[in-house]
Design a protein around this ligand. Structure first.
Ligand code: BT5
Length: 249
């Protein structure tokens, strides 16, 4: 992937930055197109869940990417955005969130942010994907969901645009690694180091409604989660992960 020239579109209010950017992508918007909003009237999580945030206190952004990966390798792109967000936060304020595969940024077992990746289409054999990130900066998420925000964790108020700029700077370093096998192994190694899920017993609910229970062994270079189910390793590419209990080494 060549050096990215970001085109940042900012909104005071929008339905959903993901919805907006998927529509622009279908009209031909290029790789590197970004949307950021102060407020979303219909912010979306995965599987038709909603993403809540009052005005101006969270990073609400979506990024259109056209990585040179196969469909099977798409999870590595979500992983790259999670890594970039985690590293950007560490650079800005010292906070080092872990990642609950595939899409949650976690601090002290609480959700700090979430990622919604949506496939737009496949052009010349390569997928185009909109990756949306909601990151709680100054508001700790809705009551009752066990979430947190940067201000509550480290006592600093980060402006959403400042967070976006550092996220994009980190992403620019990581994204080119998606395009080669060696690069994806580098991402997998970095991702392993922030993975909160490793070694834990989990139930994974698949999109088709089926589920598996096993122990998280690793992630592979495609960004898939490797789950050991009774001695058989299963590569999970999408699904919801629930931690069941600690596994003692
Ligand atoms: C996610 O979904 O975690 C992906 C969230 C992606 C949001 C961004 S914002 C910019 C872009 N535009 C969009 O429309 N979406 C993206 P999921 O894993 O399904 O988690 C959703 C669940 O998290 C909800 O059902 C709530 O329980 C909880 N939740 C909602 N708002 C939250 C918040 N601000 N902080 C923490 N948890 C929240």
């Amino acid at each position: 992937m060549a050096t990215v020239l970001w085109t940042i579109n900012e909104f005071e209010e929008i339905d959903s930055t993901n919805t907006w950017l998927v529509a622009r992508a279908k009209e031909g918007a290029p790789h590197g197109t970004v949307a950021r909003a102060d407020f979303q009237t219909a912010g979306r999580g995965r599987l038709d869940r909603s993403w809540e945030a009052p005005r101006g206190v969270s990073l609400l952004t979506s990024i259109l990417l056209a990585p040179r990966v196969s469909l099977e390798q798409l999870p590595v792109v979500t992983a790259s955005v999670a890594l970039a967000a985690s590293r950007g936060l560490t650079r800005l304020c010292g906070l080092a969130p872990t990642v609950k595969w595939p899409n949650d940024l976690i601090v002290n077992d609480r959700k700090l942010g979430g990622i919604l990746s949506e496939l737009v289409d496949v052009v010349d054999g390569f997928p185009r994907i909109v990756v949306g990130l909601g990151l709680n900066l100054q508001w700790p998420g809705p009551e009752g969901v066990g979430a947190t925000c940067v201000r509550d964790e480290v006592g600093v108020s980060i402006a959403p645009r400042a967070m976006l700029d550092i996220l994009l700077a980190e992403l620019e370093l990581i994204l080119p690694l998606c395009d080669t096998s060696d690069g994806r192994q580098v991402i997998a190694q970095a991702y392993r180091n922030v993975l909160a899920t490793r070694g834990r017993t989990v139930r994974v609910e698949m999109v088709d409604g089926s589920s598996i229970v096993g122990v998280v062994a690793d992630v592979n270079e495609d960004g898939a989660l490797l789950v050991d189910v009774d001695g058989t390793e299963i590569a999970v590419r999408s699904g919801d992960v629930f931690h069941l209990r600690e596994t003692l080494a």
